[in-house]
Design a protein around this ligand. Structure first.
Ligand code: MN
Length: 231
């Protein structure tokens, strides 16, 4: 087959312990999924889960042991970090029950849901879509994916991010309002999940701004860390 323009390259993420890579289909994100983060954003912390998407090519895939690069994006004066556990879907499906969700998970990674907070806030105020605040180029840095069998107890793992060596966010995945299984149940009722989908599960409290030149070090216990420099 010949294409009328050059088709885009497949976006992919390294997999721990192999040369093989995980191809990215869609990026789903869960909003306000830790109570203390919902509160810092001005909400009660109790609401049904809600979702937004980022384009697959917003991924900045960072190799094990290296520091990824994210160019400071246009239009914003308030670029925020949101450290998140990312779930990588290996087997698709729709109407997946929470109890069966583990059968659909390939592995886990550390991700940053980078956010142009000023633009997101403006869109919220006007009741408009969040795309410009959330779905911009380079907005989804991610570290290598650890296969589920090697990942340990991610549901109870400590999660953190430091900026220039200073603690910014520090919590535990056990504090998710909607846990991994429940998130997959809700998400797969709305969309048919596909192999290659990534789910950014939400961020704990402590979101704040980063500047050009800052270095972020993110981690979830049991997974490869994510190192990122803003340039
Ligand atoms: Mn987020």
């Amino acid at each position: 087959m010949r294409f009328v323009v050059t088709p885009p390259a497949t976006v992919s993420v390294p997999v721990v312990g192999t040369e093989d890579r995980f191809p990215v289909h869609r990026i789903y994100c869960v909003g306000r999924n830790y109570e203390d983060h919902a509160k810092e954003m001005g909400f009660t912390g109790r609401e049904p889960p809600f979702f937004f998407l980022k384009p697959a090519d917003a991924i900045v895939a960072v190799e094990a042991g290296s520091t990824g690069v994210m160019p400071y994006p246009s239009l914003t004066r308030n670029l925020h970090h949101e450290i998140e556990l990312v779930v990588a879907i290996g087997t698709g499906g729709k109407n997946i029950l929470a109890a069966d969700a583990h059968k659909h998970i390939f592995g886990y990674a550390v991700g940053l849901d980078m956010t142009r907070r000023d633009l997101q806030g403006e869109m919220k105020k006007q009741g408009r879509p969040w795309c410009i605040g959330k779905g911009f180029d380079h907005s989804a840095p991610i570290g290598p994916i650890t296969p589920a069998a090697q990942a340990g107890d991610v549901a109870n793992a400590e999660i953190h991010v430091q900026v220039n060596g200073q603690d910014r966010q520090h919590s535990n995945v056990s504090k998710l309002i909607w846990n991994i299984g429940e998130t997959i149940e809700h998400l797969s009722a709305a969309w048919e999940l596909q192999p290659g989908d990534l789910i950014y599960t939400g961020t704990p409290e402590g979101v704040a701004a980063v500047l050009q030149g800052d270095t972020l070090t993110g981690g979830v216990a049991g997974l490869e860390p994510l190192n990122l420099k803003i340039t």
